[in-house]
Design a protein around this ligand. Structure first.
Ligand code: ATP
Length: 370
């Protein structure tokens, strides 16, 4: 469906009142790719998407579209000349028009024949499985169904690129999961190229071929779900990707990639991600599921503090003797007050360098109290 082979963002930036909302974004999107823009609130995700869409002029850089005929610059084109489809958090459907008319509207504006409009509208409605609801008004549909209409309306125009800004954030948990699968299915079956904005790392990991993690307007890492999950590029990305234990410690011994980290009553062996020297202050990051309740090497003692039931597993907060809170996931039936030994495999404790002035994120309870 794409009429391009590649879309290239070259040093794209956007400033508001002298402050960078987005800076130096270099990214090449291949036709057929599913890209997720991921990051915490205010990191510049929507700004990036709106720059791509043409809703926001760039203040730096350029955007290029490559096709068989060569490369052309598109950031100077108005949104309607770019041929992109858009799906937003708010569905923005016409409330007085039926589902069918909402979906057909864009095709009618293009002055296609009546038969062609009908054929493509029926096809789009079938793809999002709304055949039974085609004659209803948006107000008679659930949130998930309305979002399906919004998606059908975007894909019916066979856009070269579909831009989605948190399209599932208004839906309840079950529907979010269903629509997630739906979006991935549509992306594949229609051969779409999709750029999808979300702050939900799980959603991004499950949907995208590649993720772009932003923080404070700057790209932190671009990679496959696997790369982001196992090897975050810095401790901020690790923190965002579910390494809930970020410990500010000292590297007391470095040999190759093996690092001994110490502080807060802990002494553990971890794996350097590069740029760590003996005597450095570092961040040691470990996922709750990689802190294992078992006796063994590379361990610390802790007392169970809070236990949350989460189906087959428990989410446990334990405290070391120095008062450091650690997040643990375990299938062992622990209770508050239990004394446990927590071990970690050195390759699962990632040790990151720290920039001057940076400090570990405060645990939520302390942040609130403080
Ligand atoms: P969220 O997930 O909360 O929507 P986001 O990652 O999409 O966040 P953006 O909306 O891109 O973030 O905003 C990035 C930064 O730019 C923020 O600091 C925001 O306050 C600022 N910003 C965005 N739009 C404007 C504007 N029109 N005027 C001034 N500042 C803006």
């Amino acid at each position: 469906m794409s009429d391009f082979t590649e879309l290239r963002l070259d040093g794209v930036g956007r400033r508001f009142a002298g402050k960078d909302a987005l800076a130096d974004l270099d990214l090449t999107i291949a036709a057929g790719e599913f890209i997720a823009l991921l990051g915490p609130s205010g990191c510049g995700k929507s700004t990036a998407l709106n720059c791509l869409a043409g809703l926001l002029p760039l203040t730096a850089g350029s955007i290029w579209q490559r096709s068989q005929d060569g490369e052309r610059r598109i950031d100077t084109l108005p949104p309607e000349k770019r041929g992109f489809g858009m799906v937003f958090q708010s569905y923005a459907l016409f409330p007085h028009m039926s589902v069918r008319r909402n979906v057909a509207f864009g095709l009618q504006m293009r002055r296609l024949s009546r038969a062609e409009v009908k054929r493509r509208t029926d096809e789009a409605i079938r793809l999002v499985q709304l055949e039974e609801h085609a004659d209803k008004l948006p107000g008679q549909l659930s949130g998930g169904q309305q979002q399906r209409v919004a998606i059908a309306r975007a894909v019916v125009l066979e856009p070269s690129l579909v831009l989605m800004d948190e399209p599932l954030s208004n839906l309840d948990a079950k529907l979010r999961l269903e629509m997630r699968t739906e979006i991935r299915r549509l992306h594949q079956s229609l051969g779409l190229t999709t750029v999808y904005v979300t702050h939900d790392q799980e959603e991004a990991l499950s949907l995208a071929d590649r993720l772009v993690v932003l923080r404070a307007g700057r790209v932190q890492q671009v990679g496959t779900p696997e790369e982001l999950h196992s090897r975050p590029a810095n401790w901020h990305v690790a923190d965002f990707m579910g390494f809930r234990n970020i410990l500010e410690l000292e590297a007391t011994q470095v040999s190759g990639t093996e690092v001994v980290v110490q502080g807060e009553g802990l002494r553990l062996v971890g794996t350097s991600t590069g740029g760590v020297a003996t005597g450095d202050r570092v961040m040691a990051a470990v996922r709750p599921e990689d802190l294992v309740v078992a006796t063994g090497d590379n361990a610390t003692g802790a007392t169970v503090d809070v236990v949350e039931y989460q189906g087959r597993e428990l989410a446990v907060e334990a405290r070391t003797s120095s008062g450091r809170a650690l997040h643990v996931r375990t299938d062992q039936r622990l209770a508050p007050g239990d004394e446990v030994t927590l071990t970690v495999r050195p390759e699962r404790l990632l040790v990151y360098p720290v920039a001057p002035g940076e400090h570990a994120p405060a645990p939520l309870a302390e942040a609130v109290a403080g």
